[in-house]
Ligand binder design. Structure first.
Ligand code: NAD
Ligand code: ZN
Length: 249
């Protein structure tokens, strides 16, 4: 995208966000790429090395916990060390400025919370807790050593992170909160998601059907790019940084 076009779209997005009464963000793995967390799909994605059917299906942790924990251990250690980038920080700032009602995230990395956002719906669960697959006892991830895998409960059962695995239902409360945010917003900012994982991918369609303006930030086109009002071809952190400097000025 030519620099002029990028600047023009950034200014337009900033104007719309600053003048709206209620914005909501929908974020995917792409927002955390500049925090060095790889996405699942695409180049250097985790799925290049780990087959999701084998490693991330709801039946996987019980079938072969040692094997699944190789992938989970790697992902959780990356998330533990990762820091929010300018995109996470900008969304946290927008919330404080009363310009953002909430974030619907597909990510499990906890970076929105680390950045200071309060209203975060973790659509696919999060990495902050784990549960025993035998007795259900819940543990805080930060209190567990991830050096020895698989981590075990006091009862001897294997723990699993409280992510939503493939084939597992999304918690009803998450769906309800997301529908409320999406159907009441004037603007939806969609950052770094391919838009092919349902039902989270339905949120932009819901927002659009109630008249919201859709703004998308992604270096590549996604399933949403043809329905959005503004598509900014760019990386999450640098684009959000530019949008914020336009909102301030
Ligand atoms: P995805 O992995 O399918 O796709 C990533 C998207 O991010 C692509 O559209 C890509 O073009 C875009 N992208 C890449 N670099 C970017 C950048 N610098 N800035 C902005 N966008 C960028 O992502 P998804 O559809 O969100 O993921 C599917 C599932 O994988 C989700 O449910 C999510 O829970 C999970 N996931 C989460 C994390 C995390 O928590 N950080 C990481 C990997 C996968
Ligand atoms: Zn137990």
């Amino acid at each position: 995208m030519a620099n002029d076009d990028f600047e023009k779209l950034v200014r337009e997005a900033a104007r719309i966000i600053a003048s709206s009464q209620s914005s909501v963000a929908l974020t995917g793995a792409g927002i955390s790429v500049e925090s060095d967390i790889p996405p699942f799909r695409g180049k250097h994605g985790l799925w290049e090395r780990y087959d999701p059917e084998e490693y991330a299906h709801i039946t996987s942790p019980r079938k072969d916990p040692g094997k699944v924990w190789q992938m989970l251990g790697e992902l959780l250690l990356i998330c533990r060390d990762a820091q929010p980038n300018e995109a996470h920080n900008s969304l946290a700032r927008l919330e404080k400025m009363n310009l953002l009602d909430g974030i619907i995230t597909q990510n499990i990395d906890g970076l929105h919370q680390k950045a200071g956002s309060n209203e975060v719906v973790e659509f696919h669960g999060g990495n902050s807790t784990m549960s025993c697959m035998e007795c259900g006892t819940q543990y805080h991830t930060k209190e567990l050593s991830l050096e020895i895998i698989p981590p075990r409960c006091e009862c001897g059962g294997v723990l699993r992170p409280d992510f939503v695995f493939f084939g597992e239902a999304i918690p009803h409360s998450c769906i309800e909160r997301s529908i409320k945010l999406a159907s009441n917003c004037e603007v939806m900012i969609i950052i770094g998601t391919t838009g092919i994982v349902v039902p989270s991918a339905q949120m932009p369609y819901l927002a659009k059907s109630t008249g919201a303006v859709l703004i998308e930030i992604n270096p590549e086109k996604s399933a949403f790019s043809d329905i959005v009002d503004i598509f900014i071809q760019g990386k999450a952190a640098e684009t959000m940084k530019s949008i914020m400097s336009n909102i301030k000025s």
